[in-house]
Ligand binder design. Structure first.
Ligand code: ADP
Ligand code: MG
Length: 681
């Protein structure tokens, strides 16, 4: 048994299924057995026929009291009917297109059936149930796992494949958690946990198995962060900036008054910069809260103390935007800013690289291009990354390596609740800007359903006629899902050629070349485009003060935090702005989400609610939130376990920070796997 074995060797997996499994992220036996159920169906508790409620999934045990009847409905479509009864009532069962059923049932025998029932005036019907004859338990009589899957891989097939995989590893898995931890925290061993998470005999068993797996996942995440932290704080001294260079010189010169929150954060940064320990600080603040100004003032201090500064932005547009802001504010202090993005000419680039090395450039602003090896600083002292959660930790350390232990300021607009941020960014100190500059006009948010479409379109037209611009954002569930990609295109064609054919409408999407994309974005910024249609958050952070409308199509498909980010694209200028969430769902959760968006513009509240709602079974990729992805842990539900894990992590940090003790060998292995594996933190 080798956990790294390709899934193609698992019983029941042919070439087509390999593809489907790969799509789910399952490549190896290990991936397979750690592909956990998203839910369970309790098929273990039979109900009497009379107790069944309309619409519920139930197990009944009943005697067959009819022959099976085959009805040809049309070509290639046959229906099979069977009547069964228990001592409380009768139930009519139907199936479609399953001729093998004709020989399955013996008149007068008892069977178990599990399926959805419909009750019409006391008559009970069950559609396409699974069933077992007496004394067999293939489909019923147990708790059955439900896995997240796609159309191409039916639930039953996936369940069987996983079951085959899980059967291969019975008692074969190595225990990587030390015995003392299992004992102290009352955790199930790994072999039982894997068996029971997939095949629990009771919900108690499931809970125990889940607890162990969540504990392990969170512990490894925490230990990985610990590892990073100790890598970064290599005992080495950082830069001690001069206390003669005063941030207040710039602050007093600004055209506006900084908010209390901005001032507090600047004090924290100032203290870090003047101390000889190097700064590793996360600056969290909602969109528009004024993080950029903070970074500009910090950069001033670094430059005037004799160092260079690197600013990394996730896109060229944002980098260009930053260059404008930085130059505008720092020109008068004779500070030289330059832009390094992939689209500049070779000649210009060489010039920049030369000047950078000579120290003629003080602040270099750019994209990933800054990471290239030939980008050499004379004296890099401060690194600012503006992460709309795009850079991994590894990229961050790559830029840091270009200096001699420079200070690092990481900016993010993802509003993570503080408790969570402390845990997730355990390697950074945290500053929060929790206040917006005064006199911002609150964005008005509306959620609308299909029937309102025309009114919405008229509203957009009216705003454009008044000189404003609009964004229309469509979801793209998966970048490579052809069907969705097409429908977005169709939609934009409709807007372009029919609904707004008299306006200037353009479309940007993820598959465009960066250069094309940038051109369109620039045109939008310059006001040459009235309505910009885009697939997702391609250009978060873009500042177009004249844009006053954000329309989100299929808003039910976005997470709250993402909707909040999108909404932050408008309301950046003097104009009253609007966010219109078009949604297409009757689900309770969708309505709740829309309501939250209408009720609050506080990113932190929204982030908390988002976690809460996701906790209740809705699933959204965590990547878009900038949080690490978990296979089983849920940061909201598992806060208690997280606290236990934090305590333990602190203990390990004290006793054995490098995991060198024999008893920690397994943990070390897991941490290393996390670093070398597909997981990017
Ligand atoms: P963020 O980077 O957090 O999204 P920015 O730094 O881009 O926000 O600030 C958004 C806008 O608000 C900018 O135009 C900036 O000049 C302005 N601004 C920042 N701080 C203040 C303040 N204290 N008062 C008024 N305007 C401010
Ligand atoms: Mg910004």
């Amino acid at each position: 048994m080798n956990l790294e074995n390709d899934v193609k060797y698992i019983k029941g997996v042919g070439p087509n299924r390999v593809q489907s499994l790969n799509k789910l992220g399952i490549f190896t036996l290990k991936d397979l057995i750690t592909y956990y159920p998203r839910d369970y169906e309790d098929r273990s508790k039979p109900k009497k026929i009379i107790e069944c409620q309309d619409g519920e999934d139930v197990l009944i045990e009943a005697i067959v009291v009819s022959r099976i009847v085959e009805l040809k409905i049309r070509k290639n479509m046959a229906m099979y009917k069977l009547t069964v009864r228990d001592e409380t009532g009768v139930c009519n069962i139907t199936w479609f297109n399953q001729p093998y059923l004709k020989k399955q049932f013996i008149y007068g025998e008892k069977y178990s059936f599990f399926g959805k029932v419909h009750k019409k005036s006391s008559k009970l019907e069950m559609n396409s149930p699974v069933f077992d004859s007496k004394n067999t338990n293939k489909h019923t009589g147990k708790i059955v796992p439900i896995y997240p899957t796609t159309f191409s891989l039916p639930q039953n097939t996936l369940r069987q494949i996983i079951d085959n995989g899980v059967s291969q590893v019975v008692n074969e898995l190595d225990e990587n958690l030390p015995q003392y931890i299992l004992k102290k925290y009352n955790l199930l061993n790994i072999n039982d946990s894997i068996q029971k998470i997939h095949k629990p005999q009771s919900f108690e068993e499931f809970k125990l198995a889940r607890r162990r797996l969540v504990f392990e996942e969170l512990l490894i995440m925490q230990l990985s962060l610990l590892n990073l932290k100790s890598n970064w704080k290599k005992e080495q001294k950082g830069i001690k900036y001069s206390n003669k260079i005063k941030m207040s010189d710039v602050i007093n010169d600004l055209p506006f008054k900084l908010t209390k929150a901005q001032l507090k954060v600047l004090e924290e940064i100032d203290a870090d910069m003047e101390s000889e320990k190097s700064m590793n600080r996360l600056l969290q603040g909602d969109v528009g809260s004024g993080k950029t100004v903070v970074s500009i003032i910090s950069a001033y201090k670094a430059v005037k103390s004799g160092y260079q500064v690197a600013i990394m932005a996730p896109t060229s547009i944002l980098a260009t935007q930053h260059l404008e802001s930085f130059s505008k504010m720092l020109e008068k202090y004779n500070i030289k800013c330059e832009l390094l993005i992939s689209s500049i000419t070779k000649k210009h680039k060489e010039e920049i690289l030369q000047k950078l090395q000579n120290g003629e450039i003080d602040i270099l602003i750019g994209t990933h291009a800054i990471l290239e090896e030939n980008v050499v600083f004379k004296n890099l002292g401060l690194v600012v990354t503006d992460e709309q959660h795009r850079f991994g930790v590894r990229q961050r350390s790559k830029i840091v390596a270009k200096g001699n232990n420079p200070d690092v300021l990481v900016m993010t607009a993802t509003p993570i609740p503080r408790t969570l941020a402390l845990i997730l960014y355990g390697d950074l100190d945290i500053s929060i800007i929790d206040e917006l500059p005064p006199n911002r006009k609150e964005i008005e948010t509306y959620s609308v359903t299909k029937g309102m479409e025309e009114r919405v379109n008229n509203f957009v037209r009216k705003q454009v006629q008044e000189g404003r611009q609009a964004y229309i954002v469509c979801p793209l569930v998966e970048e490579n899902e052809e069907i969705n990609a097409k429908s977005v295109l169709e939609l934009s064609e409709k807007y372009k050629n029919e609904i707004f054919n008299d306006l200037s409408v353009e479309y940007v999407h993820g598959k465009m070349k960066p250069k094309e994309k940038d051109e369109i974005m620039q045109k939008f910024k310059d006001g040459e485009i009235d309505i910009l249609i885009s697939t997702t958050v391609i250009e978060v952070g873009v500042n177009v003060p004249n844009a006053s409308i954000m329309i989100v199509e299929n808003a039910e498909r976005f997470g709250l935090a993402q909707l909040h980010q999108l909404r932050g694209r408008v309301g950046r200028g003097e104009y009253q702005s609007y966010c219109i969430l078009k949604y297409n769902s009757n689900s309770e959760i969708a309505r709740k989400r829309m309501k939250i968006m209408q009720e609050t513009t506080d990113g932190f509240i929204i982030a908390e609610k988002d976690l809460e709602l996701r906790g209740s079974g809705e699933f959204f990729g965590t990547k878009q939130h900038g949080l690490p992805e978990f296979k089983i842990a849920n940061l909201f539900e598992d806060m208690d376990i997280l606290k236990e894990v934090q305590g333990l992590t602190l203990e390990i940090e004290r006793e054995d920070p490098k995991l060198e003790k024999e008893e920690h060998a397994g943990l070390k292995k897991l941490v290393n796997e996390k670093f070398s594996g597909r997981i990017e933190m």
